[in-house]
Structures are given as structure tokens and as C-alpha cells.
Design a binder for this molecule. Structure first.
Ligand SMILES: Nc1ncnc2c1ncn2[C@@H]1O[C@H](COP(=O)(O)OP(=O)(O)OP(=O)(O)O)[C@@H](O)[C@H]1O
Ligand SMILES: [Mg+2]
Length: 363
């Protein structure tokens, strides 16, 4: 199958738009990507996610790339892959990691991106960059607002609208100025439906899953907003979404809510900030994070509202958030409620996991 000829025939783009896109986006040969990544050398590996491994590489012109080598593919769906990548390649926004191109040769399916020199938010909050403490408060605020703006674009302006489904700290990459670039949006669509897809969603991202998504498996914009709420709490506190306490797991919301009841925002702030943050902004990030991660989807704000709230623009709405019963009613009642829902969802997830393991064994 020659994708080039197929893609040349896809309508919908006017010439100017097409030229602009073509200057930044193209099809790569497998040979070129082998050369760029030193044959997908282990030393070039940036990490591994649910869809495959990511390698650092350098092209003949000196530019640095990140190549995602998909580990699962079905032979039949080559055309589908090309169409979906083409759709994703059209999505351009200052806070979304854009695709540089792809390669589909034989069994190989690879996606090429610009390499982000400051790696991911995950690496700065919890990984090997965390000891450098490069995330000061202004950078954190800009990452919070920037990534929210990227998601607004996906939810409200991209055609068709895109649900990310996997918002988390490792999917927020940081460019040379620490500007947020949300990655892997719409990625689930590139993987054929079925067991592998379910497996990747459940693995590794537990702490970010909205309870209704974990229980019913139905993705929506609202699930993205829940995950983004968790990300905001993580960004403010430096804590992981789920922490092991003895043999049980405590979610970041369960940890933060009691502190919010007592208005102890300074205890929520990441100790790595050494008290250097703007109190009003920290409070905003924490309260917006918690309201986004509300167990009831209809209580969550839209991403458009999230951006405005984070910027301090919706004063009345923010006052309403601040007075929400979630933050004012009796500590024990709400806390237990939250914990029981978390318990429920994790038991659903483990059932799901068992089912997936069965599917994996069968395939
Ligand atoms: N363009 C890039 N520049 C720099 N690092 C990147 C780039 N793309 C991905 N990475 C890093 O490579 C690692 C693997 O990425 P990958 O997307 O495969 O896994 P993930 O983000 O952990 O999980 P998921 O598969 O759910 O997205 C991550 O640490 C990610 O931050
Ligand atoms: Mg990723």
C-alpha cells in the first residue's frame, strides 16, 4: 500500500493550509529512522509506555526527534492507521506536541515527534530530574494553564473533537522554555479496538482514571477533566496520584481534601518549592484540581472554565467553587464517601485486569 498516493487524494485541506502542513509533516522511511536512532539502540531509549517504546534520534539535518515504535499492530488496518495519523497531524496548537510524521513499512508502525529537551513533567516531579528542582512556581503555573489550553483545543476546537483519554504527567512534555506540550492525544484511536487497547488504558494510569471510566469504560471529555484535576494536584503538591500507605493505596484527593477543610494550603504545597509560591495561585490550583476530580461528572467544570479559573478570571465561579459542599461539609462524611468510591473503582479495575489477563492468555 502506498500511503503517499492515498494521502495526496485526501480532500478537505486548501492549498495554502496543505503547503504549511507539508513543510512540517512528512512520511519517513524505516531506513532513515534506523539511521537516526542508531538502529533503535537501547542507549537511545527514552522510555516505554502502553503503546511501545520511544527513542531519541537525530536526523541528517541535525534536528532531534523522538520516535515512538508501536508494539502492536494488526496487518489489516494500514489504511486506517494512515487516516488517523493524518487527522492527528492536522491538530496544531502551541501546547500540543505536534507530529512530524510517521513511517508504515511492513510490520513497523512508527510516529515521529520533535524531541522535547526538558522531557516530561513526570521526570521533574518524580523522576530523575526531580532532584534538580527546576520547577519553580511561575513555571508550574504556566504548565498548568498551558496544558489546560492544549486540552481546550482538543475538546472544543479540533475537528473532529478529540478526547485525550490518557492525561497524566508523562504525557505533558516540556520544551526548551519549559512550555507545556501535551502529547499522545487521540492515540487510543491508532490502536485497533480490543484487548490490547483495554490493557494499555488500565495499566499504569490508575490514579488518573475517573471513577465512571474505571467502572463503565466509557470515555468522555469529562474523564479528561478528572485526570487533569489529578494532574493539577500533583503539580501543586509534588505527590504522586496514588501513594502506598502500608498495604493500602491512598489517592491524592483523599490526602488533599482534609487539608483543604482545615484551609492548610501551605501543607499541600510541594516542599521542593521552599515556600516560594503565590498563595492565591496555589489555592486556585488546588481547589480547581479538586473540583475537576469530583466523583460526580456533572460537578466538574469544562476545560474552558478551568483555563479561566486558573487565570483568576471567573471571580464569581471561583467563589462558588470555594463554597462547594465538597470543601465545606463535615470532614468524615465526605472523606469516607471519597474513599468508598475509590475502593469501588479499584475493585472494578482489578476485575477488569483479571479479564484482560484472560484475554491476553487467550491471544
Ligand atoms: N517527544 C518527546 N520528547 C522527549 N521525551 C518523550 C517524547 N515523547 C515521549 N517521551 C518520553 O518517553 C517516555 C515514553 O513515552 P510513552 O508515551 O511511550 O509512555 P508514557 O507517556 O509513559 O505512557 P503512554 O503510553 O500512556 O503515553 C515517557 O517518559 C515520555 O515522557
Ligand atoms: Mg506518552
Amino acid at each position: 500500500m502506498d500511503f503517499r498516493s492515498f494521502l495526496c487524494c485526501t480532500g478537505g485541506l486548501d492549498r495554502k493550509e496543505k503547503e504549511k502542513k507539508e513543510s512540517t509533516w512528512r512520511i519517513f522511511s524505516l531506513k532513515e529512522l534506523h539511521a537516526a536512532t542508531n538502529n533503535f539502540n537501547y542507549d537511545n531509549k527514552l522510555g516505554e509506555g502502553g503503546f511501545g517504546s520511544v527513542y531519541w534520534g537525530q536526523l541528517w539535518d541535525g534536528s532531534q526527534i523522538a520516535v515512538k515504535r508501536l508494539k502492536v499492530w494488526s496487518n489489516k488496518a494500514e489504511m486506517e492507521f494512515a487516516v488517523e495519523v493524518e487527522i492527528l497531524a492536522r491538530v496544531r496548537h502551541k501546547n500540543l506536541l505536534s507530529l512530524r510524521g510517521y513511517c508504515a513499512e511492513g510490520q513497523e508502525r512508527l510516529i515521529v515527534y520533535d524531541y522535547m529537551p526538558n522531557l516530561s513533567l513526570q521526570s521533574h516531579l518524580h523522576g530523575h530530574n526531580s532532584s534538580d528542582s527546576l520547577l519553580d512556581w511561575p513555571r508550574r503555573m504556566s504548565i498548568a494553564i498551558g496544558s489546560a489550553e492544549g486540552i481546550v483545543y482538543l475538546h472544543h476546537h479540533a475537528t473532529p473533537h478529540i478526547i485525550h483519554r490518557d492525561i497524566k504527567a508523562s504525557n505533558v512534555l516540556l520544551d526548551s522554555d519549559f512550555k507545556a506540550q501535551v502529547a499522545d492525544f487521540g492515540f487510543a484511536k491508532l490502536i485497533p479496538d480490543g484487548a490490547t487497547h483495554v490493557t494499555t488504558r488500565v495499566k499504569g494510569t490508575l490514579g488518573y482514571l475517573a471513577p465512571e471510566y474505571a467502572m463503565l469504560g466509557k470515555a468522555s471529555e469529562s474523564c479528561d477533566i478528572y485526570s487533569f484535576g489529578i494532574l493539577l494536584l500533583e503539580l501543586a503538591s509534588g505527590k504522586r496520584p496514588l501513594e502506598k500507605i502500608n498495604s493500602t493505596k491512598r489517592s491524592i484527593t483523599e490526602w488533599a481534601l482534609p487539608l483543604v477543610y482545615e484551609r492548610k494550603f501551605s501543607e499541600i504545597a510541594d516542599p521542593k518549592l521552599n515556600g516560594n509560591y503565590v498563595e492565591e495561585e496555589l489555592k486556585r490550583v488546588v481547589l480547581v484540581g479538586l473540583i475537576c476530580a469530583h466523583n460526580q461528572p456533572d460537578k466538574r467544570p469544562s476545560m474552558l472554565e478551568v483555563v479561566q479559573l486558573l487565570k483568576g478570571e471567573l471571580k464569581e465561579k471561583f467563589a462558588a467553587v470555594e463554597n462547594d459542599e465538597m470543601f465545606t461539609t463535615g470532614q468524615a462524611a465526605d472523606c469516607n464517601d471519597e474513599a468508598s468510591v475509590a475502593d469501588d473503582s479499584s475493585s472494578f479495575i482489578s476485575e477488569d485486569k483479571e479479564r484482560i489477563q484472560e484475554i491476553e492468555k487467550a491471544t
